[in-house]
Design a protein around this ligand. Structure first.
Ligand code: SF4
Length: 572
């Protein structure tokens, strides 16, 4: 790792001025090539090329992406220079006839004493292990290290791209999860709803032996019966093995606090999630290399990041880049229809739909993207537009599930019409440059859903975390608007919560977002009528009367307005 970083810029590409600047700054920072470095750079700056430069410079790197789709993007961009491996379900198992469509996930090698063949999965993994750059996705890498005892030797460098969702991804790796069918089959009935994670310890402790016995019975059949041994491991065999690992970890981690996610509706799955990944992050990630570089548009404050992942703040260094794109190419337009929250939606949604219809009319020939607060909110908006502005509604491609995302994006890109995507799940990982996106609408501030027990528990533990997650989501959505120096796109924000959020949490947002937001607020003030926001009443003073100390100064989980201590009546 001796030469200048620029010497390692991926072959066939020329670094742009802003990439040269960032690499120069990074080079100075990496004179001490150890510890953890956060690289924050706006979308469109070409962070994949920077990550690849670092990997080539180290000559010995793990390069992790947040999603499989991004892994494919790396492969398209850099091809043979990196060795890519995905989860087993992406490769066929060659021991079965192809028409069975069985993947390496069901390979017989997954049984004790199973065969070790040289199939595509085994070859891809062996090649990546021996190569200078091992590229995979974060979830698979963490799963390999934590649950499969994979021999992933310590390397010089670990790069984690799009690392703003890292905490949730790691929490998922340790989650103990049962579907209703699994609970019925393994325990005779759905497990009871208990007050907290701690209460599940004795219950699951008593079930471990039973599950282990069931697994051994299934495996014994494979040893005794050659016909059975030729069959792939059953889904049940694989599921029990996975859940047993996680239950044992849950039982053996008494210092970790666990959150229960178990909706009251019949048929809901039960999940036990670690509230914090701080005790596990070092072993599963940061010990994998001498130097870890995490990149994203925005990763939050250094101290909060360090706390989240069990690091000392002085182990973490930050390099933040500004936006290379002029403000005029990436404006925000603030058109508040009211402070949107669960409590106000019913009242404000007609005004919201009217505003969206107006924006669609103003961009009659442009392609765009509408960020909805949820799938349900997106459906209501589409229905309202259908009545109010049928022509505009026909332009909309509603992405009704995360599974339909790739298809909708394809349709949007190939259609000659001015199509507009509508989705609650396209704030990140979506690249729509130039005419694929000339405007986008953020209908609601992207507060994480406090109806989710893990989010609510995380917010109660650390209110800064909740504000930071909101800031990260907002910055990610804004980043869809302008993808390169020659691009331009307008971002409309319709939720009046923006103004309050900026007033309170301005220090949490990167300067390149703040400059656009400030300009938007200044413009909106020139038309004061636009800021006459409707605030329907919320009963949070009464709801939280007993918890004044906990909730004062935080957003109300129902209406998302800030709660003044003075507004909460004293109780005996
Ligand atoms: S190594 Fe495993 S997945 Fe690959 S062909 Fe053999 S049994 Fe199938």
């Amino acid at each position: 790792m001796g030469d200048g970083l620029l010497d390692y810029f991926p072959a066939g590409y020329t670094p742009r001025a802003e990439q040269r600047r960032l690499l120069g700054d990074l080079e100075r920072l990496l004179e001490a090539p150890e510890g953890v470095v956060l690289v924050e750079a706006p979308p469109g700056l070409g962070k994949s090329h920077l990550a690849m430069t670092l990997a080539r410079w180290s000559g010995d790197a793990y390069l992790l992406t947040s999603q499989k789709l991004l892994q494919d993007q790396y492969e398209r961009l850099f091809g043979a220079e990196l060795h890519l491996v995905k989860g087993r379900d992406n490769y066929p198992c060659e021991l079965y006839p192809p028409e069975q469509g069985l993947t390496a996930l069901h390979g017989r090698c997954r049984r004790p004493r199973g065969p070790r063949c040289q199939c595509p999965y085994a070859r891809a993994k062996a090649a990546a292990l021996a190569a200078p750059i091992f590229c995979t996705n974060t979830a698979y890498f963490a799963t390999l290290r934590q649950w499969h005892g994979a021999d992933l030797r310590r390397r010089r460098l670990l790069v984690i791209d799009e690392a703003h969702t890292l905490e949730a991804q790691l929490a998922q790796v340790f989650t103990v999860a049962f579907s209703t069918d699994q609970m019925r089959s393994w325990f005779g009935a759905p497990l009871p709803r208990l007050a907290d994670g701690e209460a599940y310890r004795p219950l699951l402790g008593a079930e471990v032996e039973r599950l282990q016995g069931r697994l051994e019975g299934l495996q014994q059949r494979a040893f005794d019966d050659p016909a059975f041994a030729d069959l792939p491991p059953s889904p049940e065999e694989l599921e029990i093995r996975a859940v047993l690992d996680r239950i044992r970890f849950f039982l053996e981690a008494p210092d970790t606090e666990w959150v229960v996610r178990y909706a009251p509706e019949a048929g809901s799955p039960l999940e036990l999630l670690p509230l914090s990944v701080a005790p596990m992050a070092r072993a599963i990630l940061f010990d994998a290399a001498e130097l870890t570089v995490l990149s994203s548009a925005y990763l939050g404050q250094r101290t909060v990041f360090a706390e989240c992942f069990g690091l000392e703040p002085d182990q973490v260094r930050v390099l933040a880049a500004g936006s290379p794109f002029p403000l005029a190419r990436r404006p925000i337009v603030y058109r508040p229809v009211g402070a949107l929250s669960r409590a106000t939606l019913g009242q404000l949604e007609p005004a919201l739909a009217a505003e969206v219809a107006g924006i669609l009319a103003a961009h009659a020939g442009d392609k765009g993207l509408i960020h909805a607060g949820s799938y349900a909110a997106a459906r209501r908006l589409l229905a309202d537009l259908g009545d109010r502005a049928p022509r505009a509604a026909r332009r909309i491609l509603f992405v009704d599930s995360s599974a339909g995302k790739a298809r909708a994006l394809d349709q949007h890109r190939t259609s000659r019409e001015p199509t507009v995507l509508l989705s609650p799940s396209m704030r990140e990982g979506v690249d729509l440059p130039d005419d694929f996106l000339r405007f986008q609408i953020i209908t609601k501030m992207p507060y994480p859903d406090l109806g989710d027990p893990w989010t609510a528990a995380r917010q109660a533990r650390d209110p800064r975390w909740y504000a930071l997650e909101t800031a990260k989501a907002l910055v990610q959505a804004y980043g869809r608007g302008c993808r390169h120096a020659g691009d331009h796109g307008t971002t409309y924000i319709l939720d009046a919560q923006l103004q309050r959020f900026l007033a309170r949490y301005r220090p949490l947002l990167p300067p390149w977002f703040l400059d656009a937001a400030r300009a938007a607020l200044t413009d909106a003030k020139r038309t004061p009528a636009a800021l006459a926001v409707v605030h329907p009443p919320c009963d949070h003073p009464r709801l939280f009367a007993r918890h004044a100390g906990l909730v004062a100064g935080l957003p109300c989980p129902r209406c998302h307005r800030w709660i003044d201590r003075a507004s909460i009546p004293a109780v005996d």
